[in-house]
Design a protein around this ligand. Structure first.
Ligand code: ARG
Length: 463
């Protein structure tokens, strides 16, 4: 059964089919609206310098009028008044509709030598660029909060566990900075995803180039990318791949956060009350008046699974796709955007949780029992000349004779690289700083390019 056909810029489509094929694009694409205008600005600037055979494709005044119209659309977007209709299908045609309305015949020429396929690929990369820079800052902030906690309680003894069983003397400094270092490694993955993303697909058109001498290096430079994505077919095929690379980095962040969350849930139980979470970050129970629940950590733990799911969903769409654009790729948009947004939200909330958290020296000390010192005792015998296996056996045969000696002394004796008394927190703080500087410099560079392109101070735009 067919329903009424709806007129679109690219043909008349049955309205049910149209609703099905556009999916959530009219909503999701709102997040791409501003970068879509920026991509168009670069494209028309490049076209303006191009001899279309009978002279430039756009005269200087036409070019200026298009840039001004794009700036106006950006103002409409920021005012929350930009709409993507079903007939538009997506942001690209919505922007073209608005441009044609203000500019008349000039607007009808802006889609020269490009396709929505390279527009959406470019939009997603520009969107990802600033998202990743913000994520890097947020990750650095959480790592800094963990390092401040590590510094504050650096030498406070804490039972180190394996199999969740008491194992060896350790410290709060080791616990907190282990989580910080894990996140810093994840930030390195995010920076490498950033680099992967930093190539301009624009000008690949439908994936096979155009018979016009377009300048892809210029559009790449105008948009502040490090280089054009070289091969036109790969420029399109890298859509989806780029998102999965970024979601992989997000997944590593979430795996780190889920372990931190799990530790916090365990180490704030009455049985292991080592840390106290800020009261405002816990919720109570509707029936049990005594409850202070670690909901934030629990939700972060659960959201890690969701981000893993987003990665799997995105990879599933990409796997086995034939070369060239396929509409399947549209389905990567939602898991990609949600995965990045969830990761960022978790980083932000966890930083605040850690900033307000305190360690309970007494409970941490009370957790020590003689068994925790067994391995250290065996190593003491080794220092006296006994082979380790003999020392191990002797301690094992005399576990009852073990004493709960001073946790503080035990921690102080482990002074080799990375051990409780050999932690180089300054080294890790240096890595935090490097991440922040990278994000700051890249953002500055990007804003500089876009400001020049739009002829205004971006991102403020005179607001
Ligand atoms: N909304 C589409 C997407 O996300 C834009 C590209 C449409 N291209 C096409 N050939 N139908 O993939």
């Amino acid at each position: 059964m067919t329903t009424k056909a709806q007129k679109t810029l690219v043909g008349n489509v049955d309205s049910h089919v149209l609703a099905f094929t556009i999916g959530k694009d009219p909503v999701l694409d709102l997040a791409l609206a501003e970068v879509d205008c920026i991509g168009s600005a670069a494209h028309v600037t490049m076209l303006a310098g191009l001899d279309g055979g009978t002279g430039p494709l756009f005269t200087p005044s036409e070019h200026a009028a298009i840039i001004a119209a794009l700036r106006d659309i950006m103002a409409t977007i920021r005012a929350g008044k930009f709409r993507i209709t079903a007939a538009d299908q997506d942001v690209h045609l919505a922007v073209e509709r608005m441009l044609s309305k203000t500019l008349g015949p000039i607007g009808r020429r802006i889609h020269t030598a490009r396709s929505r396929n390279d527009q959406v690929a470019t939009d997603l990369r520009l969107f990802a660029k600033t998202e990743l820079l913000d994520l890097l800052n947020e990750g650095a902030a959480l790592a800094a909060a963990l390092l401040a906690f590590a510094q504050r309680y650096k030498n406070v003894p804490m039972v180190g566990r394996t199999h969740m069983q008491p194992a060896m003397p350790s410290s709060v400094g080791v616990w907190a900075s282990a989580h910080a270092e894990s996140l810093l490694d994840d930030m390195a993955l995010a920076m490498s995803a950033y680099d992967f993303n930093d190539r301009c697909p624009l000008g690949s058109a439908a994936g096979y180039g155009v018979p016009l001498p377009i300048d892809r290096q210029l559009t790449s430079d105008l948009l502040g990318f490090s280089a054009p994505q070289h091969n036109v077919l790969y420029a399109g095929n890298a859509r989806g791949k780029c998102e999965t690379v970024i979601l992989s980095a997000c997944t590593q962040v979430m795996l780190s956060l889920s372990r931190l969350a799990e530790d916090l849930i365990l180490f704030t139980t009455p049985e292991m009350p080592y840390f106290t979470l800020p009261a405002a970050y816990c919720t109570g129970s509707s029936i049990m008046p005594q409850k202070q629940n670690p909901d934030v950590a629990e939700l972060v733990r659960a959201k890690a699974s969701r981000v893993m799911g987003h990665l799997t969903a995105a990879m599933g769409v990409v796997k086995g796709l034939p070369s060239g654009y396929n509409r399947d790729l549209q389905e990567v948009k939602e898991p990609f955007m949600e995965g990045v947004a969830t990761t960022r939200a978790c980083l932000v909330v966890m930083a605040r949780l850690v900033e307000g958290m305190t360690a309970n020296r007494k409970a941490l000390g009370d957790a020590f029992e003689a068994g925790v010192f067994a391995a250290d005792r065996a190593l003491e015998l080794v220092a006296e000349g006994m082979p380790f296996r003999d020392a191990y056996q002797q301690v094992k045969d005399n576990l009852d004779a073990l004493e709960c000696t001073s946790p503080k002394d035990a921690v102080a004796q482990k002074n080799h690289l990375g051990a409780p008394a050999g932690l180089d927190l300054a080294l890790l703080k240096g890595r935090v700083k490097a991440v922040k500087l990278f994000a700051r410099d890249e953002k500055k560079q990007y804003y500089k390019c876009i400001s020049a392109l739009l002829g205004t101070n971006y991102p403020e735009m005179g607001a």
